[in-house]
Design a protein around this ligand. Sequence first.
Ligand code: ATP
Length: 444
Amino acid sequence: MAPTDVMDKLVSLAKRRGFVFQSSEIYGGLGSVWDYGPLGVELKRNIKDRWWRAMVQQRDDIEGLDAAILMHPKVWEASGHIAGFTDPLVDCKQCKNRFRADDERLKGPPGAPDTACPVCGNRGTLTAPRMFNLMFKTFMGPVEEAAAVVYLRPETAQGIYVNYLNVLQASRQKIPFGIAQIGKAFRNEITPGNFIFRTREFEQMEMQFFVKPGTEDEWFEFWRAARMQWHQDLGVRQEKLRFHAHTKDELAHYAKAAYDIEYEFPFGWHEFEGVHNRTDFDLSRHQQFSGKKLEYVETATNERFVPCVVETSVGADRTALAVLCDAYHEEEVAGEKRVVLRLHPSLAPVKAAVFPLVNKEGMPEFARRLYHDLRARFNAFYDDSGSIGRRYRRQDEAGTPFGVTVDGQTLQDGTVTVRDRDTLVQVRVAADQLGGHLSERLAA
Ligand code: ATP
């Protein structure tokens, strides 16, 4: 399949089955903003839950945080976002379109009389590049004046830095330790696109690990490996994952080293997580701008230092896209085309669907009881409409690992069939042991 075909199919499946809708669609949509529907919200929640379990709950040395989106404007001066979070942009005076100055479609320097606009084709209509800040601005309080400007955060990390001392004192952690958070971030991206890959509102899952200067390289290697493993544990195919080491040109001026974790999307290899060795830049800057000491005092040695930071930063939406791309399969089963999402069971929005084979002879009542039992353990679904083949296919498209059918034999011997989404193998299981049976297979 051509890459664009795969994306078209995925976008259409996502809409049809309720994973992702365009924001404000009945008004024509809002550029590069997306809403998660009933299945999508479960998928994304499962991704975030797995991250939270691995990064916070299963570690003694990481604490959770949920900082507000709005922050003191000085935060963004200290972080460098007001001065540096900019892209050079070019406007076409004729058609009013706007491009990044490094847009590959521009043949020739923008601003030069011969350079043509890549959209309307007119020559000499492009302005010279101008810097454009990617942060969304708004006003706090009743008066729209310069003093009231606040920003929607373009990353969650700053909420962690400014709470570093609070968390350290409240949790009684010792260095090395980390703070993790999941939350929305906003960037007024100039060239958003590729569905939920690059959007203007998105969710990040970030962890800042505070370490003693001199130990940051070891921790950087540790987190780089741990984060790659996490993606593999989600079931993402290994051959679709790779590291990309930042070159000198790509590296932020304060960073010692950085790796992107890339996935081979249908539109090419792209970053969906960054692991960064950030030196003591962040806390030093906040110390300087706030005037508050952010040093750590090591009890054993009485040594004082500003900790270095190793950061892991991954997008929940980009992970959802990587997982969906990886799971999407088309195949032929008994001469018919089947679309199946081979999602890792822990990520699947619905874990098991229960079907009465026909809507008579007590099958629906039995199936409903079963469904209610299963629902107490995990997200289950009941469906009694359409042929059994169609019901299976609907669940295959939703990525549901198991289909449970109540049939004639159920009423005689109390067993049901369990169909495996991937192998299509069906086994009979006693209905009173079904919950345990499925829970075990889901955890395997
Ligand atoms: P890119 O170069 O793709 O814009 P970035 O290097 O600016 O990404 P970071 O600032 O390192 O990204 O953000 C960390 C993670 O946050 C990214 O790996 C990605 O998963 C997610 N992310 C960043 N920008 C967006 C966006 N506009 N839409 C969706 N996810 C995003």
